[in-house]
Design a protein around this ligand. Sequence first.
Ligand code: ZN
Length: 262
Amino acid sequence: MARYGDNAIDEVRQRADIVEIIGAHVRLRRTGRNFVGLCPFHNEKTPSFSVNPERGFFHCFGCGAGGTVFNFIMKVEGLTFPEAIRSLATRYGVSLPELKNDGPAAAERDALTRANQTAAEFYAHVLWNTHDGELAREYLRSRGITTETARAFMVGFSPARPASLAKALEKRGLTEAGIKAGVVKRDAMGLHDAFRARVMFPIRDAQGKVIAFGGRVLDARMPKYLNSPESPAYSKARTLYGLHEARQAIASQDRVIIVEGY
Ligand code: ZN
C-alpha cells in the first residue's frame, strides 16, 4: 500500500477547505469561529455537529464522531486513509511523492493489473462490437441485464477462438503477466486463452481495479462457471464482488446485504 510522508499529508490537509468539503454533505451555518449543522452520522433534529476551520477539525457532540477532513471523507465515502489523501490531493492539486516501498512485488502486481485491465477491455469490445458477441448480448437480454448495467460492471465475452486474447496481450508485452493472472495458458500447443465462449464478469478490488474474472458458459458445458486462479493481485477470501460499486452506499447507509453469485 502506498504510504505518504507527514509533509505531504500536512500539505493536503492545509490546502483542503474543510468547510467546503463538509459543506457538500451538510448544510452548515456560521456561528462565531465555527460552522454548525445536522450531523450526517446520526439522526438529529437540532444541530450538534460543528466544524472549526481554523483548527481543521469537525466534532459531533451527539454521537462523538470527529476528526480531520481525512476522517470525514473516509467515513462519508467509505475510503481508506491513503485513498482519502489521494482523493483530496487530486482535488486540491497537491502532487504526492509515493514513498518507495515498491520493489519487484509491486512491479509484478502492476503488470498483473495491466494484463487484467487489458483483458477486461478486450472482452467488453468483443461483447459489444463483434459478431461473436451477439449470442452473449442475447443471453444478457434474456436474463434481464440491461446494457447500462452490463457496461457499469464491465461485463464482456471471451471469443471461442483459441488464442484471441493471447495475441492481444502478446502485442503489449503482457504475456507473462497474463499467464500469472490466469487469463492465458501456455502448454505443449503454445499459448491459448483460458476463458473461451464465456460471458466474462471482471472481479474488481475495492478501488475498482480488475483483479480477476468469473466466466459463465452460454450452453450446458461444464463447468458452468470458471474463475481466475489466485494470484499476487487476487485473493478470493479477501475479495467481495461488487464492493467497489457499493461501498459508498454501504458507508452512507451503514448497512449491507450480501448475496451469492455475480
Ligand atoms: Zn453525530
